[in-house]
Ligand binder design. Structure first.
Ligand code: PMP
Ligand code: GLN
Length: 382
């Protein structure tokens, strides 16, 4: 009766591990979400917008004031001007933005290059529209790109490259040189770029976020996606955006209008006001850097090998000196026996390659991080 369009796809690892955490009453450091509240000021703005009557459809592209604020934010941070009338769309989280970009651009037999470990929604969405995923494996611990390998994998069928920096799950970053190499290849081969920048405001030490929108020739061929959930501690609100030049955004919106038409109105109104104060997102890196450092300090002397995360709210833990188990078995044992849930990262790799790395989310209260470190430090080799 039905031929599955995604016969090999199972329930996402995030849903699986969060469920396992709940079943075993384990500390949940698996799925990426904060366990502290979103700002009461922002919550009150949502409430106010509902009282003010913004309870019917928003404009299809999104609330104009919010699009203006996003345009200003990008211009202030990275320089290019995205016209809020025609070049920005508000979406139901970055997931819908990514889905819509791929739906609008990828046809049967188009090839799409993704870097693995890759966030889980890219490949299935490409396949849903008949595209072919061409994975390029990044290698731990620094997960850097071999641009010669990318050049070698580009064919006459390559349509798009998907990038994600700061990178989930590795916590590593693309450098300026990476972006220049990407720009060069994209230009030379006339490729589209989907730059998933949901962790754009979570970046540590002396590093700078190399947004695709900093590079003029990339801007011309890129869709840039963002997520308010990551930036403002409310992943459950599912609010995000996409920015792209008019020609690309026009195609995006043709699809967007039939995926959701528009996303919920009072939240857009609230974000339009909240974004006017840039400190709300400019302070975020310091906030999370403190959490990373707090956690890493507590982990000193553990049996895990750790390269400090450079961005995102994720930290990779290498357990190769603790166990020879697969990362899936190890993560399962940690959840059931030690009562701490993490994410095995082989599920994001090409052919499930297992580098013995699990990912924890440190968007947690200091108390949770302290409890987590106490448990993790007890895990010895056997
Ligand atoms: N891309 C990456 C790399 C992510 O980690 C996430 C996770 N949340 C998303 C996209 C999806 O974002 P949203 O929750 O806004 O849909
Ligand atoms: N982005 C979140 C993570 O990486 C999960 C989002 C989801 O559950 N789909 O953990």
């Amino acid at each position: 009766m039905i031929n599955s369009k995604l016969p090999n796809i199972e329930t996402s690892i995030f849903a699986k591990m969060s469920k396992m955490a709940a079943e075993h009453n384990a500390l949940n450091l698996s799925q990426g979400f904060p366990n502290f509240p979103s700002d009461p000021v922002l919550n009150a703005l949502v409430d106010q917008a509902m009282r003010d009557g913004f309870n019917q459809y928003a404009p299809m592209q999104g609330d104009f004031e919010l699009r203006m604020e996003i345009s200003k934010k990008i211009e202030n941070l990275h320089n290019p001007f995205y016209n809020p009338e025609t070049e920005i769309t508000i979406t139901a989280g970055a997931t819908q933005a990514i889905f819509t970009v791929i739906a609008a651009t990828i046809s049967k037999n188009d090839e799409v290059i993704i870097f693995t470990p890759a966030y889980d929604c890219y490949a299935p969405t490409v396949e849903l529209f008949g595209g072919k995923v061409v994975p390029i494996q990044l290698k731990p611990p620094f997960y850097t790109v071999d641009w010669q390998e990318v050049a070698d994998k580009i064919s006459s069928k390559t349509k798009m490259i998907i990038i994600n920096s700061p990178h989930n799950p590795s916590g590593m970053l693309f450098s300026k040189d990476d972006m220049l190499q990407l720009q060069n290849l994209a230009e030379k081969n006339d490729l589209l770029v989907l730059s998933d920048e949901v962790y754009e405001h979570i970046i540590f030490d002396e590093n700078v976020h190399q947004s695709a929108s900093k590079f003029p020739q990339l801007v011309a061929r890129s869709f840039v996606t963002g997520s308010f959930g990551k930036t403002f501690h409310n992943t459950g609100w599912k609010m995000g955006y996409c920015a792209a030049p008019e020609k690309l955004m026009k195609e995006f919106q043709k699809v967007h209008q039939f995926v959701v038409f528009c996303v919920n109105h009072p939240f857009q109104k609230a974000f339009a006001t909240y974004l006017k104060d840039a400190s709300h997102y400019l302070k975020l890196s310091d906030f999370y850097q403190q959490k990373r450092d707090f956690f890493l300090h507590l982990m000193e002397g553990s049996n895990f090998k750790i390269i400090p995360s450079r961005g995102t709210y994720f930290q990779m833990l290498d357990f190769s000196e603790i166990s020879k188990e697969s990362d899936i078995a190890f993560a399962e044992r940690l959840t059931k026996k030690f009562k701490i849930a993490t994410i095995p990262t082989s599920v994001f790799n090409e052919s499930g390659k297992d580098f013995k790395q699990i990912r924890i989310c440190f968007a947690k209260t200091d108390q949770t991080l302290a409890e987590a470190a106490t448990i993790l430090k007890k895990i010895n080799s056997q």
